[in-house]
Design a protein around this ligand. Structure first.
Ligand SMILES: *Cc1c(COP(=O)(O)O)cnc(C)c1O
Length: 339
């Protein structure tokens, strides 16, 4: 029985072709700037997002942190959504390691941060306050695409207050594919963007941070300080290049599979299915069913983290037949359950 892992799109394993690209990668010592494959990946990503320079980092967490530290000095502040990865899921790194004060604001249901709340959070030039320096957005966030008109409005607000704009674009290409916009167009509203290669793009590790040259130079210092300077990292960068060449357009399949899964599960009347925009689907499960459903799925080779709000993520290693099996297993569970 094939294991179907729906916990995250991080669980994807490198394909045979990706491994072949890694095995034959030309490498050098990247701390000396000598790794041609890392350099090629950085240039390729910078070009794809329309920015001057790129920096390869081991993780998205480190990439976001290096970006925040490159934008903000000690005692500066960044405005961020309460549900943003940079704020909620990165161990408080900006505060702990960067001495940067987060100013979190509750996200609206669509993942945006209400404009008037951002405006109200920008501090005046007064010694009581931290210096507001940056606005950080995330796209996609919780699988939701942030509207372009909204990004334009936030960008105008940032300009009016001389604030920087950072995009946590861990799933930037999901947003691009979904909206049929180029990554370049989306990133045009930002001074920096961090893109994950290890999510739906299917590489084993790595993120690329892009921005203007001086910002990337500062970020590179932070990367070294944080222990992210890798040596023959071209082995990993080769996987990233392969992913950008072969795994971007196919994200559409993940989005279709998430819709297919949603459609199938919506037929089970004890479940509340929230229609997905991209590859992340949320399903509400009755609390009384959580433990039993978790165990039942596990016995049937389906790996999920079941909760009252269960997240199901489609990716490279989940095909249409797998989706059908997941629907069938859910249906079998509920068929044997008194409602
Ligand atoms: C996964 C993720 C990150 C962090 O990436 P890691 O490589 O896991 O550190 C950052 N932001 C978002 C939105 C993510 O989904």
């Amino acid at each position: 029985m094939k294991r179907i892992d729906l916990r995250s799109d991080t669980v994807t394993r490198p394909t045979a072709a990706m491994r072949a690209a890694m095995a034959s990668a030309e490498v050098g010592d990247d701390v000396f700037g000598d790794d041609p494959t890392v350099n090629a990946l950085q240039e390729k990503m910078a070009d794809m997002v329309g920015m001057e320079a790129g920096l390869f980092l081991p993780s998205g967490t480190q990439s976001n942190l290096c970006a925040l530290m490159a934008h903000c000095a000690r005692g500066d502040e960044y405005i961020v959504g309460q549900n943003a990865h940079t704020y909620k899921y990165e161990g408080g790194g900006a505060a702990v390691l960067g001495s940067i004060q987060p100013q979190p604001i509750e996200n609206a249901l669509d993942g945006t941060i209400p404009l008037e709340k951002i405006r109200a959070a920008v501090k005046p030039d007064d010694s009581h306050f931290a210096i507001t320096r940056l606005i950080a957005l995330e796209n996609t966030i919780g699988g939701m695409v942030i509207p372009e008109s909204y990004m334009a409005e936030v960008s105008a607000l940032a300009k009016a207050h001389s604030l920087g704009m950072h995009l946590d674009g861990a799933r930037l290409f999901n947003a691009a594919v979904k909206t049929q916009r180029s990554a370049k167009k989306i990133c045009g509203y930002f001074d920096s963007v961090s893109v994950c290669l290890s999510k739906g793009l299917g590489a084993p590790a790595g993120s690329v941070l892009c921005g203007r040259k001086p910002l990337i130079k500062r970020a590179q210092r932070h990367r070294k300080m944080l222990g992210g300077g890798m040596r023959q990292a071209g082995i990993l960068a080769a996987a990233g290049i392969y992913a950008l060449d072969h795994h971007v357009d196919r994200l559409q399949e993940d989005h279709e599979n998430a819709m297919r899964l949603a459609g199938g599960l919506a037929g089970i009347n004890t479940l509340t299915v929230h229609m997905p925009q991209t590859n992340i689907l949320f399903v509400d499960v009755r609390s009384a069913d959580v433990a039993a459903l978790q165990a039942y799925l596990e016995r049937n080779g389906i790996i999920t983290i079941v909760g009252p709000r269960t997240r199901l993520v489609t990716h490279l290693d989940v095909d249409t037949a797998d989706v059908q099996r997941v629907v069938d297993v859910f249906a079998a569970f509920y068929a044997g359950r008194v409602s």
